[in-house]
Design a protein around this ligand. Structure first.
Ligand code: MIG
Length: 789
């Protein structure tokens, strides 16, 4: 039909071809350095270079207009004033700080970044910055044979992303998460390169759909966006830890979570009535299985209206919440962004009257189908909307709720594109932009609204927020769970690299649905998954509607006994985990770490996805296949103690390990220490003991730092915390322990030391005084009387 109209002779029938032609940035002609910013005039626009710190440099180029130095909300830091040394030759301009050197080759403009030992971090040997007239922007870099790539947030597949092409576009994927399933719910346009033992990072601050291509070319990688500008930060490293510190300096770190958020959590889509929730809690209490939180999925609401309870199903939510809290169990309700289009519903009325919902440029509200039916979506890019949404949480806070679960915030909409129309405009605090540009920010901004709202309402208590969608920086507000996985062994396997890469992307507080969300779980899978869950930062069992129940007792006594033992172990290990959460809060280092994070010189660790470290010195090598009682474990250089047998294993090689169903293989680096506590029914129960377990070495020194605070307020931010630095000095027959306290907080618990790998004749000197009681049965040397600490 179209062929009969003038469409047949439309002017640019092969327009696609010319639109997609890649245009190079061209030559550099002149430059100017003013107020910390170097501006380079090139044939096709201006490149700006700005140091944020000695070891962080930002490089920006907008081929379609002025190169602006505004940032997305991912970035929360302003540049420091840094001393920059500038040199120009015929061929190039160089800008150098104490830690970085950026060289801009002039004809054509190509960017090279070195550290101050002249180690090349990034090069543009062939292509560099480019764009198409369709509005896409590209940046190519040389890919070294030795490069390995990590980070990129929540992705399927193995640990190292070399050979992959990955896209950032927050997407609700219920279909099974296969190796080719990309993208998922989160966007982290950031990665770390590890090459020959050194690490550096790159953050592409572009909120459009972006793609990272480590696949198409053999010797170049590329990152590109469907709009906006090239705008990226180079993080100098040189260790993976440094890269995380630099990245989270820019995008922020997680506040220390409330302790209850680190306990065991039980969820299901859905525990549908008050009676069912009470029954569930009762069963945990009767069976003495520790529990800190129960989740209320969408059935608790009145017709899926957020900020309501269905009074038929939940006649007295306040009483329910109070009764559970008496037993140390908290309720976490789900809150989706979609607001039911119901003219008699207060939240909808307020949103419409105040113009708070996302609209088309012509002024019509965008409606989409979600659980409540036709719904409108708050425009979280507007500060007023964020504070309105935050204030609405008064409803939950008044009921005694301290934790919120944000779902469907990609945003997910039941339609072809799975999301909002990309033509919708967001207010963006007075700088309107389309959903096409800001889609990836929706979850982050909802997280900001929710977290800040709850923080205001909780009167000094720490809120807990769990989110599905997010963008770089989400760690400032929320823990992330990895969405709708399935009860497959393959998904247990996949969860390790996924969570490790999330951790490397600044999201220290993350975890998958333990047991698997969709599909039917089984006793063996749930047991093995719970074992891993003990050591993933976030620990929640969740299961979808219509599938087999998967509470700890669902598959019979044999499994229940083991599952209970491991949930108890989580509580025993909380002091050590809490210390690691405090470290993540301070430095950005993840709690759950790939081995290369601590052993970047050991190339054997670069691909290891099926084992991980908890902090620096605890190695977990789970069983992740059915009917399996053995596996090989790679132990990095050094000596390692088998947590169960106390056998000592030589590192730098593979071992065959025996692990029957009740055994999760755990190894402790010899010479290091861990702090454990008592098993408690919930983190709300009295906390009376700390034992610092020291795995004795025959020589050398080590330090352990134990962190603690009240676990529920922000007093730690103003000095009300406890930190015990424990310096250890070993010889064949002795251990010297020297302690130093820091902070104003005085914990209630009593401290002991347990020395493993000692003998009856080992002397222990604690702060100059000889101490210790030999326990022949456990073969542990105990130091329990700690008056001089
Ligand atoms: O499309 O609220 O990922 O955890 O149980 C389903 C129901 C919507 C998806 C979440 C899942 C949750 C479910 N939600």
């Amino acid at each position: 039909m179209l062929e009969d109209t003038s469409f047949a002779i439309l002017p640019d029938r092969d327009g696609e071809k010319s639109k997609n032609r890649l245009i190079d940035i061209g030559n550099l002609s002149s430059f100017l350095y003013e107020r910390n910013v170097a501006s380079f005039q090139c044939d096709r626009g201006v490149v700006k270079v700005c140091f944020y710190d000695e070891d962080i440099v930002r490089i920006a180029f907008n081929p379609f207009g002025e190169t602006s130095l505004r940032t997305s909300p991912a970035i929360i830091k302003q540049p420091h004033t840094v001393n920059v040394e500038i040199k120009e030759t015929d061929e190039a301009v160089t800008l150098a700080t104490e830690k970085l050197l950026v060289m801009l080759r002039k004809r054509p403009l190509r960017v090279f970044v070195y550290d101050r030992t002249e180690r090349l971090l990034m090069a543009e040997e062939k292509r560099g910055m480019a764009f198409t007239y369709e509005g896409h922007v590209y940046c190519y870099k040389t890919m070294d044979k030795a490069d390995h790539f990590y980070g990129l947030g929540e992705k399927t597949g193995f640990l190292d992303k070399r050979g992959e092409r990955l896209t950032m576009w927050n997407t609700d994927v219920y279909a099974p998460h296969n190796p080719e399933t990309d993208p998922l719910y989160q966007s982290h346009p950031y990665f770390m390169t590890v090459r020959n033992g050194y690490a550096h990072g790159l953050f592409f601050d572009n909120t459009h759909k972006t793609t990272f291509d480590f696949q198409t070319e053999a010797d170049e990688y590329c990152f590109w966006a469907e709009g906006g500008a090239i705008d990226y930060y180079v993080l100098a490293g040189p260790t993976p830890k440094d890269v995380l510190r630099q990245y989270t300096h820019l995008t922020g770190r997680m506040p220390i979570p409330p302790k209850w958020a680190l306990g065991y959590h039980q969820s299901r889509y859905s525990y549908e009535t008050e009676e069912e929730v009470r029954e569930l809690a009762r069963t945990f209490i009767e069976k003495e299985i520790p529990l800190d939180a129960v989740y209320l999925d969408i059935h608790y609401m009145d017709g899926y209206r957020v900020f309501t309870f269905d009074r038929n199903r939940f006649p007295n939510p306040k009483q329910l919440i109070e009764d559970l809290k008496q037993n140390g169990i908290r309720i976490v309700p789900i809150v989706d962004p979609g607001v039911k289009a119901d003219p008699e519903y207060r939240v909808y009325q307020e949103g419409v009257r105040s113009g708070y919902f996302c609209k088309y440029i012509e002024g019509d509200i965008f409606f989409g189908e979600v659980w409540p039916g036709k719904s409108a979506f708050p425009d979280f890019t507007n500060e007023q909307v964020r504070s309105w949404w935050g204030d609405n949480h008064q409803f939950y806070a008044d009921l005694g709720i301290e934790g919120i679960w944000n779902d469907m915030n990609e945003p997910s909409v039941f339609n072809e594109t799975k999301t909002m129309d990309i033509a919708v405009m967001h207010d963006n605090d007075g700088d309107p932009k389309t959903h096409r540009e800001l889609h990836n920010l929706y979850g982050l901004m909802m997280g900001e609204a929710t977290y800040n709202g709850m923080k205001k309402l909780l009167d000094g208590k720490r809120p807990f927020l769990l989110t599905r969608a997010g963008f770089s920086g989400i760690q400032r507000y929320a823990a992330v769970w990895t969405g709708d996985n399935r009860s497959f062994w393959e998904h247990l396997q996949m969860s390790l690299p996924m969570c490790m890469n999330l951790g490397l992307s600044g999201v220290a507080f993350c975890g998958p649905d333990v047991g698997g969300f969709a599909h039917d779980s089984n006793g063996e899978l749930l047991t093995r998954w719970t074992q891993v869950g003990v050591f993933t930062p976030y620990f929640r069992n969740h299961c979808a509607i219509g599938f087999r129940r998967q509470e700890p007792w669902a598959f019979g006594e044999t499994y229940e006994r083991i599952i209970k033992k491991y949930i108890e172990m989580r509580y025993e290990w909380l002091p050590h985990l809490y210390t690691l959460f405090a470290e993540a809060h301070e430095t950005g280092a993840p709690v759950m770490r790939p081995l290369f994070f601590e052993y970047p010189d050991d190339e054997d660790t670069y691909h290891l996805y099926d084992e991980f470290l908890v902090g620096a010195n605890v190695l977990i090598a789970p069983i992740m296949t059915p009917s399996t009682t053995h596996r090989t474990v790679y132990l990095p250089p050094g000596r390692w103690v088998d947590y169960w047998t106390e056998n000592i294993l030589e590192g730098g090689r593979y071992h065959l390990i025996n692990a029957p169903l009740d055994t999760l293989p755990i190894f402790i680096k010899q010479g290091s220490a861990i702090a454990l506590g008592d098993v408690r029914r919930s983190t709300d129960m009295p906390d009376r003991r700390r034992i610092i377990h020291i795995y004795k070495n025959d020589e050398g020194t080590a330090t352990y730092t134990l962190y603690d605070d009240d676990g529920q307020t922000f007093a730690y931010e103003t000095g009300d915390y406890f930190r015990l630095h424990v310096d250890l000095e070993y010889s064949e027959h002795s251990v010297r322990i020297a302690t130093r306290k820091e902070g104003a907080y005085h914990p209630d618990w009593e401290l002991s030391f347990a020395i493993h790998g000692a003998t009856e004749r080992t002397t222990v000197i604690v702060n100059g005084e000889q101490q210790g009681t030999w326990d022949e049965k456990q073969r542990i040397l105990w130091i329990t009387d700690n008056k001089n600490i």
